[in-house]
Design a protein around this ligand. Structure first.
Ligand SMILES: Nc1ncnc2c1ncn2[C@@H]1O[C@H](COP(=O)(O)OP(=O)(O)OP(=O)(O)O)[C@@H](O)[C@H]1O
Ligand SMILES: [Mg+2]
Length: 325
């Protein structure tokens, strides 16, 4: 099973505009634009975390490009760890193809965290937007539109996403719990909704994390998940991996990096502390493996891929011990 399909945020990500909750104004303004696809302006989605911005961009891309969405859409994160030059190069290359295809009005660039770009990078982006506007449309995503330079703001149609209300968060979580056969009392759902304060992504992740390994979700389980520190979680992931359970460790890692957004370097530091506590013949080997991945990340390798591979190697240490020796 793919990593994505294990995550409830992906499993329950809306596929149609109508499935989005709490963004009526955005929905109403987007619908007419979809009637005249060829005339779509550049778009700017602004709003709080977990309110549906990325989801809307993905839905839109599919509505416009249909089955060709994969070939004609470029999704990037502006705060890409490889640096803004890499982002710029990729947009430039992608946007400069001018091949036209029946039914494909233009190429689409979805640029997340656009407000993380420096002013210089934004100026360069603006230039690219202009140079490629015949064949390319941009969907820029940010938390605060005011962090974008004025020339970009004025070249885009701005859509403001609202923070999702507690009641809507609660209703969505209830629906998901039901679909997953998780028994959960109203007050527990309310507690999650209060904790995440409108961030539906965090709410769904919390629901999933607290439901792991049980069919009934109690307040205690929710508190256990919200209460433990990032350091404890990282240590737990390492213990699970060293115990030989790669899928389990991988799921927890995804939770940690996506729900709590912890930097990879922090994860490695906590991982190192946890591994160093061991004192069997595998400890040295595990530390060497960790050092190798530390190096790869420093060289700019993809963090999610590398950390997943790290867990696989740590888990394999265990099966090596049980098996060959
Ligand atoms: N309005 C919504 N309606 C239904 N589900 C939503 C909505 N907003 C968020 N979700 C759920 O939360 C997940 C994350 O949403 P999404 O990635 O669209 O958030 P975002 O606004 O892009 O947040 P961020 O600023 O953190 O990137 C989705 O996969 C979906 O399951
Ligand atoms: Mg997003």
């Amino acid at each position: 099973m793919s990593l994505e399909s294990l995550m409830w945020v992906e499993k329950y990500r809306p596929h149609k505009i109508d499935e989005l909750v709490n963004q009526e104004e955005v929905k109403e303004r987007l619908k007419p634009l979809l009637q005249k696809k060829g005339e779509l302006p550049h778009l700017l989605f602004a709003g709080p975390p977990g309110s549906g911005k990325t989801t809307t961009a993905l839905v839109l891309a599919r509505e416009i490009l249909g089955d060709l969405v994969g070939d004609y859409t470029l999704s990037l994160n502006a705060s890409d760890e490889r640096g803004i030059d890499a982002v710029r190069d990729r947009i430039k290359t992608f946007a400069s193809y001018s091949d036209r295809r029946e039914g494909v009005p233009f190429r689409l660039v979805i640029l997340d965290e656009a407000d993380e770009m420096t002013r210089d990078a934004q100026t360069a982006l603006r230039r690219i937007m202009e140079e490629t506007s015949r064949y390319t449309r941009f969907v820029l995503i940010c938390n605060y539109s005011s962090n974008l330079i004025e020339p970009i703001q004025s070249r885009t149609a701005i859509f403001r996403f609202k923070k999702i209300g507690h009641e809507e968060v609660a209703a969505r979580l209830k629906k998901i719990a039901k679909a997953e056969d998780v028994k959960v009392a109203d007050k527990v759902i309310q507690a999650i909704a209060a904790a995440v304060d409108g961030d539906l992504r965090q709410g769904i992740n919390l629901l999933q994390a607290a439901s792991a390994g049980g069919t009934e979700l109690t307040l205690e389980k929710v508190n256990a998940v919200t209460g433990s520190s990032v350091k404890e979680r990282a240590a737990e992931i390492i213990r699970v991996a060293l115990g030989g359970d790669f899928p389990g460790a991988r799921l927890k890692l995804v939770e940690l990096t996506r729900v709590y957004g912890i930097p990879e370097s922090d994860f490695l530091r906590f991982a190192n502390e946890e591994i160093a506590k061991g004192d069997d013949e595998k400890t040295g080997e595990a530390i060497k493996i960790l050092a190798e991945y530390d190096y790869r990340l420093a060289m700019g390798a993809n963090p999610e891929v590398q950390l997943t591979a790290l867990l696989a190697e740590l888990a394999a240490l265990r099966s090596g011990r049980d098996g060959k020796r």
